[in-house]
Design a protein around this ligand. Sequence first.
Ligand code: AMP
Ligand code: MG
Length: 349
Amino acid sequence: METKVAIIKDINKDIKFIEEAGDIIRDGGTVAFPTETVYGLGANALDEEAVKKIFIAKGRPQDNPLIVHVCSKNISELVKEVPEVAQRMIDKFWPGPLTIILEKNDIIPNMTSANLNTVGIRMPSSEIALKLIELSKRPIAAPSANISGRPSPTEVERCIEDLNGKVDYIIGGESSDIGVESTIIDCTVNPPLVLRPGGITLEMLKEIDSNIEIDSALKSKPTENFKPKAPGMKYRHYAPKAHLKIIKGKNEKTIEIINEILENYIEKGNDVAILTTDENLNKFNSGKVISLGSENNLNEIAKNLFETLRKCDDLGVQHILCQGFEEKGVGLAIMNRLNKAAGYDILEV
Ligand code: AMP
Ligand code: MG
């Protein structure tokens, strides 16, 4: 399949590309596009055949439901009801990185919801994403625009790397500002439950309802007979090709242990990347030392996380050693993604 690539520099001047992409969505095709969280791979959420193409292009398991992206806060067509607590979240956090799970209407095909009677819905804030949804005149089902299991793309080059020849259209624009996928909150239960941490933090959600908590399954490594509430929770995700290990603890101790492990790997002739902060850049004895950002700016670390994991693969290292971060604010999302990317290979020191 031939994939058309268009880069949007100025949304007004380049609107014809978004119009073209909108036509493709309406005709049942697939379009990768930027959002503020990560790039998405979209298709008409109401068209079973179109949605199927997303699963095929990504190699995504069909029991992993898709998030439906909308360009308006009025979602009454898509869901049975919007409970009051969900409406308050919509009013406060949309457009933005919050996906709300509600009971779906029959208009949402089973292919989109992976046979669940619920659907996850989000209104993104990215200007290009909103324009695409508006011009396609359809809600757009879109998971991240990567091959299933790989780190999500926050730059258009990574979508091209993974999806060229597999989708109809790739729209490039700004790099994704938030850098980790949306927060997912299940509003079919009371109090609502966070199924995936993201850019809208638990602290922010607690301002809506102080009883909101994180699903207990997110707090530890899943056991073998783990039955996830959201099918996506069971899959290995976001993984670089290199082996990734996380070392978490007090800063000085973390550095000391990373240096020890590093020496061992290097002695055996391995290439190693170290993911750390600006403040720790000079504290490692060897290896390719890369900063994710300042320890005082977890938003910057989240934004750089997936792209840096992909850069490590470009460097061809066999091992990545990454320091852990405090699980506060967006740090919860960072550690959730890192844990999964590392297959829970985490050393607490
Ligand atoms: P992705 O688009 O790859 O970031 O993944 C979307 C994730 O949202 C899935 O892996 C699920 O964990 C979650 N999700 C989407 N729809 C639902 C739903 N109806 N119920 C529970 N979780 C959902
Ligand atoms: Mg994904």
